[in-house]
Design a protein around this ligand. Structure first.
Ligand code: MG
Length: 287
């Protein structure tokens, strides 16, 4: 391991498999209040809960073949649902409500990944990967593009930010002045400036991820601004300038990752049939 990666990964720290036997795991999110992990098993049509004490249990089924999950500023679960072609929110009473399902009167493709900004606005990507029966639904695409959207804090105004790519994972820089977006088809990450009104501008290539189809997918940023993205061999780590620091090895091809535990120093990784974790030296960005 090189010295730059040693700053992040403790000597001898390795990915530990927590659970396996799933179809395709995605959308990990740490629930800090409850002290547990949630993740999607997309073709399994369920959201699974993992606790350090009791391991796995079913959290929700059916899940609308959910993919990306996050938690909003009020502690409510936000889910991208392929089969329902929507972004949903789970209210405090357990009721699941739609927060976004259409743009200009047309159904979204299949919301994939989601992040909530500190002002409560919800950013999500809408590629076509759920428009097939295994991962979502066998229905027609209605919109002629694959968007990145922002739902305003009022919950009413859905803005199309980007429509020239096939967006997948997304994350903000620590100060939220930058938005990183992974493009699986183009094998790269782009970075955009975030304006005061929440819109994005000045998109440019941040890093290339070569050598593996279906990568990059999920993407997260740590408290020092390093960027973590799924790729061949594991989690590729880039410094804020886009220089590759190294790869954290994962035994299966990962699809997504999240920060977790009380100190936010553990990385949880969903990778095909399994879920892994690895302790790091560095603090992530809490949700
Ligand atoms: Mg994804």
């Amino acid at each position: 391991m090189n010295s730059l990666l040693k700053h992040i990964v403790p000597e001898g720290s390795r990915a530990e498999r927590l659970a396996t036997g799933f179809h395709f795991t995605e959308g990990p999110v740490w629930n800090a209040k409850g002290g547990y992990l949630l993740f999607s098993d997309i073709p399994g049509n369920r959201i699974v809960k993992w606790t350090p004490e009791n391991g796995i249990s079913e959290f929700r089924a059916p899940s609308g073949k959910s993919n990306g999950l996050t938690i909003d500023k009020k502690g409510r679960l936000i889910a991208c649902e392929h089969a329902n072609r929507r972004v949903s929110r789970t209210e405090e009473d357990g009721k699941v409500v739609t927060v976004a399902s259409h743009y200009n009167g047309k159904r979204l493709n299949s919301p994939n990944d989601v992040v909530v900004k500190s002002d409560g606005s919800i950013y999500f990507t809408d590629p076509p990967y759920g428009l097939n029966p295994v991962f979502g639904t066998f229905e027609e695409q209605e919109l002629p593009f694959y968007g990145v959207y922002r739902l305003a804090p009022d919950g009413d105004h859905l803005s199309l930010l980007i429509d020239d790519s096939v967006p997948n994972g997304l994350a903000f820089s620590p100060d939220e002045s930058l938005l990183y977006i992974a493009d699986t088809e183009m094998n790269h990450i782009r970075v955009f400036d975030v304006k005061d009104n929440g819109k994005t501008t000045n998109g440019r290539i941040f890093a290339e991820i070569s050598g593996e189809p279906l990568a990059p997918d999920g993407l997260k940023v740590d408290s020092e601004g390093n960027v973590y993205v799924t790729g061949k061999g594991g989690i590729w780590v880039f410094n804020p300038d886009g220089r590759r620091i190294g790869i954290i090895p994962i035994p299966e091809l990962p699809a997504n990752l999240c920060w977790g535990d009380k100190d936010w120093k553990t990385l949880y990784i969903t990778a095909r049939t399994s879920v892994y974790r690895i302790r790091l030296n560095i603090i992530g960005i809490p949700v």
